[in-house]
Design a protein around this ligand. Structure first.
Ligand code: NDP
Length: 329
């Protein structure tokens, strides 16, 4: 059929064993929505890795086209805000979890979930940022809203060589912060310094059980790791500081004490990108276009083919992906 297109489909058998196939689909097989988009670029986020490998129950409807974010061009719309030819970006809203997602040449979604592709950015650039980078920007905005400025003191970024981490390091350094990057990949020290890290610490300093409070080392933090790492980041945050927590690469637990909150007035700022209201998304994408250096974005991202998505999904959950991965469709 003329409207058939390629899609990556994950399915489950009766024993809940997952399989991943590249299939041909037609638009009438897509789920409900008032806007159809020709997907031009997507990416592999940590959550996509969890979905494709089945390591965590991210997918809640079977079968599923995974992929939580895309950039592309509207081909059909009955939504008053969008018309054929508009360039759009989508992050989250359950796409790739409960609604057919980005790993296909076509997506049909609610127009309310879309934001315009920022001026001067290509679909490829937007996916080099992707949900990880947009979440890094949400973290930076949360720290700013709390009053953390470059004059407040250093800011620590955990999981620094990953997707959220590399974008957070790049943005914070461009804004003038003294960035302390925490990584387990010391072979990436030079790369992280090029992105703007002023200091690099070994993630082993933060990943083991620690004391309820320690020396005050930073005024703020962007944490993509959770578990003991987040507990130790909080314990070493200076008086009145704040930590934006968005991830769980080490674990979903938080084995911490209330000491930093009640004795130092430290704040823990929770960051969710999936259901973030539209105004915040628009602001985040405006800020990304302004505060993320294009050269750094190019250096922290690499491009893979559609057929390589499943391999990249395994790599990201094993912590083997440096920075961001873009899939050109
Ligand atoms: P990546 O895999 O690219 O980065 C995670 C990084 O965490 C790794 O690169 C590694 O950094 C570090 N890490 C991995 N395993 C461990 C471990 N066991 N202990 C300590 N550090 C570890 O993922 P993303 O950057 O894309 O995502 C990071 C987290 O943020 C994920 O948990 C993801 O689900 C979450 N996320 C949440 C969002 C939200 O809306 N709240 C949106 C987007 C992402 P290094 O090698 O430098 O040590």
């Amino acid at each position: 059929m003329s409207d058939s297109f390629k899609a990556l489909l994950i399915s489950r058998d009766e024993e809940k064993r997952q399989s991943v196939d590249i299939v041909s689909m037609t638009e009438d097989e897509l789920m409900d929505g008032d806007v159809t988009v020709a997907v031009e670029a997507t990416t592999v986020n940590y959550k996509d890795g969890l979905a494709i490998t089945g390591k965590s129950p991210v997918v809640r409807r079977w079968p599923m086209i995974p992929g939580i974010d895309f950039a592309g061009t509207v081909t059909k719309s009955s939504n008053e805000n969008w018309k054929k030819g508009d360039k759009v970006v989508l992050n989250g809203w359950g796409v790739g979890e409960t609604h057919y997602g980005a790993y296909a040449e076509r997506a049909r979604v609610s127009g309310d979930w879309l934001v315009p592709l920022p001026d001067g950015m290509s679909a490829h650039d937007a996916m080099a940022v992707g949900t990880a980078g947009y979440t890094a920007m949400l973290c930076v905005m949360a720290l700013e809203n709390h009053g953390i400025t470059p004059d407040s003191g250093p800011v620590v970024v955990t999981g620094a060589a990953g997707g959220v981490g590399t974008v957070a390091v790049s943005i914070l350094s461009k804004l003038g912060y003294h960035v302390i990057a925490s990584t387990g990949r010391r072979s990436e020290d030079a790369f992280l310094k090029d992105l703007g890290a002023a200091e690099i610490i070994d993630r082993g300093e933060l990943s083991e059980p620690g004391r309820p409070m320690g020396k005050e080392r930073w005024a703020g933090g962007v944490d993509a790791v959770g578990s003991h790492t987040l507990a130790n980041v909080l314990a070493q945050t200076s008086y009145g500081g704040a930590v934006a927590a968005c991830g769980l690469a080490q674990g979903m637990d938080l084995p911490a004490s209330v000491a930093p909150f009640i004795l130092r007035g430290v704040c823990l700022l929770g960051i969710d990108s999936v259901m973030a209201p539209k105004e915040i998304r628009l602001e985040a994408w405006r800020r990304i276009a302004r505060d993320l250096d294009a050269g750094k974005l190019a250096s922290l991202s690499k491009t893979i083919a559609f057929e390589e998505i499943a391999g990249a999904a395994s790599d990201i959950v094993e912590g083997k992906i440096r920075g961001r991965v873009v899939v050109d469709i």
